[in-house]
Design a protein around this ligand. Structure first.
Ligand code: 13P
Length: 139
């Protein structure tokens, strides 16, 4: 599965700790992240992460493009709801695209815990089926 990891500044520590706690699950998947988040998680965990641009510079939009192309299966996005973000429109665009394409997205630690456990249990297998059928329909 392709998994995106994103955290606003006040939530980065939380996502780093989450990534350490669930490294054994995350390491079985292809990981993507916005620039600063990916760099920090990579340094803290040794996980291999493909980093996009920093969020304010377009990283959320790059992840959104992967959602639109059916190339992202799950997003863990620790949002900071108490701080104004200069790139709020980009954040909303990513949330919107995730809804358009029905991509599971956690925006807080409680949902992130549920999704990562569901992933490990195999509850995300339907994504493989959808990807296969979309590929097949393109032929
Ligand atoms: O701002 C972000 C998400 O909206 C995160 O970007 P960084 O990981 O580059 O800090």
């Amino acid at each position: 599965m392709n998994i995106a990891l994103i955290a606003h500044d006040n939530k980065k520590k939380q996502l780093i700790n989450f990534s350490i706690a669930y490294k054994n699950i995350l390491e079985k998947h292809c990981l993507f992240a916005t620039g600063t988040t990916g760099k920090l998680i990579g340094e803290a965990t040794g996980l291999n992460i493909q980093c996009f641009m920093s969020g304010p510079l377009g990283g959320d939009q790059q992840i959104g493009a992967k959602v639109a192309n059916n190339e992202m299966d799950l997003i863990i996005f620790m949002r900071d709801p108490l701080t104004a973000q200069p790139h709020e429109p980009d954040v909303l665009a990513l949330l919107r695209l995730s809804d358009v394409h029905a991509i599971p997205i956690a925006t807080n630690i409680a949902t992130a815990e549920l999704l990562i456990k569901a992933l490990e249990r195999g509850d995300m297998h339907w994504r493989e089926i959808i990807k296969q059928s979309k590929k097949h329909n393109k032929k």
